[in-house]
Design a protein around this ligand. Structure first.
Ligand code: TXA
Ligand code: MG
Length: 324
């Protein structure tokens, strides 16, 4: 894009956001569908576009830790410490909802998830707008998150302005840490900031997990992040037999795993290291869909570092789906 075309897209994006409309923008994790988080009617347009149930909360994006006091009610010292350490970056903190953010953003909850994205396009957008952006991943509800502007356009066509910031560096959504009770931090979703990094930053405070009492939120729904193809998880030494059976049944079989794939299958590698696995995961799932696969077999990576988020998303992609 020429420099002036790019500036025109910027001007259109800012004008749309100021008019209470929705714009797609890149973050370091995945692309988001953003609207002014302080305006309920703007936020409702995100839900409509995404086809997301109104009681599923959105993440609110801030410029940096200096915005914390305006968009969280009495943030505890631990939140400030973690924000200063990990922001801008892929960590969302669940804190108490302040009066400045409408219930439409939080799906009626009295808590809100906040993060500061590090992508330069997101940073510039927040700085120029001067307001927080509510933004879920820019995909239809339940589907695979987009990691390029082309993925967003595939899904939403020309319905909205899409700022193109290239391929997302992290590739999976942010880590969500619930600090609504700061004495019992809980990891609700693994992501770009690893469990290992959090444990170190928590300095001995125990780290809990999601529990049954936690609000039902879409990232915690069983089936999510799913391509069109059916996904099943297999152990590496079961892969060949599973593929042979599926091929015999007439399936067009995709394999998402490192190492070799059996003959007659379409193969995408997961990536050679943790970062590459996360970065390439969603594009690989989309590619297998585009190749017409009806059945994908995935082998989970060892769950260390950001690969824990890769394994989490693959499990959800493989979870039983609700009837369409
Ligand atoms: O990396 C990301 O976090 C991306 C980019 C765009 O920033 N956003 C993202 O948003 O993943 P979304 O809407 O796809 O996921 C938001 C998730 C919800 O599914 C829910 O699990 C959690 O954030 N969440 C939001 N508010 C919450 C709250 N008050 N309490 C608990 N969980 C919450
Ligand atoms: Mg999402």
């Amino acid at each position: 894009m020429s420099e002036s075309a790019e500036e025109q897209t910027w001007a259109a994006a800012l004008a749309a956001l100021r008019a209470g409309e929705v714009v797609a923008f890149p973050t370091e994790t995945v692309y988001g569908l953003g609207a002014d988080a302080t305006r309920a009617e703007a936020v409702r347009k995100i839900f409509a576009l995404k086809g997301r149930p109104a009681d599923h909360p959105l993440i609110v994006h801030l410029l940096d830790a200096s915005w914390l006091d305006d968009y969280a009610l009495d943030p505890p010292p631990l939140a400030r410490r973690l924000a200063e350490r990990f922001w801008p970056g892929p960590l969302s903190l669940v804190l108490r909802r302040p009066p400045s953010l409408p219930h439409a953003v939080t799906g009626g909850l009295e808590t809100v998830a906040l993060r500061a994205p590090s992508h330069p396009v997101a940073q510039r957008l927040l700085r120029e707008l001067g307001r927080p952006l509510a933004a879920p991943s820019a995909n239809r509800f339940g589907r695979v998150s987009p990691t390029t502007a082309a993925h967003v356009r595939d899904e939403f066509g020309d319905e909205l302005v899409v700022l193109d910031g290239g391929a997302c560096e992290v590739g999976v959504e942010s880590t969500i840490l619930d600090l609504s009770d700061p004495t019992h931090p809980r990891l609700l979703r693994p992501g770009g900031v690893t469990r290992e990094q959090l444990l170190e930053a928590l300095e001995g405070l125990p780290l809990g997990g999601a529990d049954a009492a936690a609000p039902r939120v879409p990232g915690s729904l069983e089936s999510h992040y799913a391509p069109r193809a059916r996904v099943d998880l297999v152990l590496a030494d079961e892969l060949a037999a599973a593929c042979a059976r599926a091929i015999a049944q007439g399936e067009r079989v995709g394999v998402l795993a490192n190492g070799d794939a059996p003959e007659g299958t379409l193969h995408r590698r997961l990536g050679d290291d943790q970062a590459a696995m996360a970065q390439g995961l969603y594009a690989a799932l989309r590619a297998l869909d585009d190749l017409g696969c009806t059945q994908v077999f995935a082998v989970l990576p060892p769950e260390r570092g950001v690969a824990a988020a890769v394994a989490d998303r693959l499990r959800r992609a493989a979870a039983p789906r609700p009837p369409e």
